[in-house]
Design a protein. Structure first.
Length: 311
């Protein structure tokens, strides 16, 4: 039984602080025990990730790791070996299973340094997902910014279909949406049905063509994109303000899909946009698009990260 003075963790579990210092200043991040979520990214005094109070439940899946699938599975239903698999419906309004199986799971610490941490969580076989995976995520700060590396290891005796992603919300603190410009490197947008399940893919045009940049206040997005221009093994998107400061969000070639979402209801004073790196699009368990099949004993992963300019 806990004593009256025992300290209990908040709804996001323990908060782990990372700090990198050099002649240019300090970069600081905070990672949550629950969902291994990125809660804070502050570059030389400027929040470039929209923070939320540590003692309140995270809003809108902010910062979480998405595994063993990103985004949605239609009706939570898919087939494996000819047998139907029914996942729990975790988005009742649209009858989907959303954001994987670790959204509310605590992670354990595998390694920790002043500027880096590696966290791990296990996906055990269960109804709707009969596979056994170990998952890891490493957050590492350097003078260049933040690098996040995900790894999934298949402990099952058969191939395990899987995917992963992340759900960070970016900002430049204090800058309103009309003074922020969003540039997306992608040339293809996914069409969706009323439950946000992909029905096809078309070249970007009109409001979905952000390759030359658009004011954040002029776009309303909760869409999947792909076909990003790869430069030096990375696809990079940019959020910039009217002073020329830039937040650059990159993903390696294994993260070929991006969900882009700019809600107006995110709590707090900041204009935000979620740039979600994903290894596969929504409903990949049914479409097979972008789905990776991890061999028994195999470890599979990829990296994404954040750099800045002028901050």
């Amino acid at each position: 039984m806990l004593s009256d003075t025992a300290q209990t963790p908040g709804p996001n579990g323990e908060i782990f602080e990372l700090i990198h210092r050099d002649s240019a200043g300090e970069i600081r991040a905070e990672i949550t025990e629950v969902a291994a979520g990125l809660r804070v990214l502050n570059v030389r005094g400027v929040d470039v990730l929209a923070p939320y109070p540590a003692d309140l439940p995270r809003p809108m899946a902010s910062g979480i790791v998405l595994a063993p699938w990103p985004n949605r599975v239609a009706g939570g239903l898919w087939q494996h070996g000819g047998e139907p698999q029914q996942l729990d419906i975790t988005e009742p309004a649209q009858s989907n299973a959303i954001h994987g199986l670790l959204r509310f799971s605590p992670y354990r610490v595998l390694a920790r340094e002043e500027a880096a941490i590696t966290l791990a969580a296990t996906v055990y076989p269960q109804h709707g997902y009969p596979f056994h995976l170990d998952t890891e995520v490493e957050y590492r700060l350097s003078g260049a910014g933040l690098t996040v590396t995900h790894r999934l290891r298949n402990l099952s005796a058969e191939e395990a279909p899987a995917g992963f992603g992340a759900h960070p919300y970016f900002t430049i603190a204090g800058v309103p949406a009309e003074k922020l410009t969003l540039t997306l490197a992608c040339d293809t947008v996914l069409t969706v049905d009323g439950n946000q399940i992909p029905t096809g893919a078309v070249p970007v045009s009109g409001d979905f063509d952000l390759r030359a940049g658009r004011p954040l206040s002029e776009v309303v997005l909760d869409h999947g994109f792909t076909g990003g221009a790869v430069v030096d093994g990375r696809v990079t998107h940019v959020l910039a303000d009217d002073r020329g400061r830039e937040v650059r969000v990159w993903g390696d070639e294994a993260l070929g899909y991006w969900q882009v979402f700019n809600p107006t209801s995110y709590p707090g004073p900041h204009a935000v946009v979620a740039l979600e790196p994903m290894s596969a699009p929504a409903n990949a368990f049914n479409s097979g698009e972008g789905l990776y099949r991890i061999a028994p004993g195999e470890t599979w992963g990829a990296s994404w990260g954040v750099t800045t300019h002028g901050i």
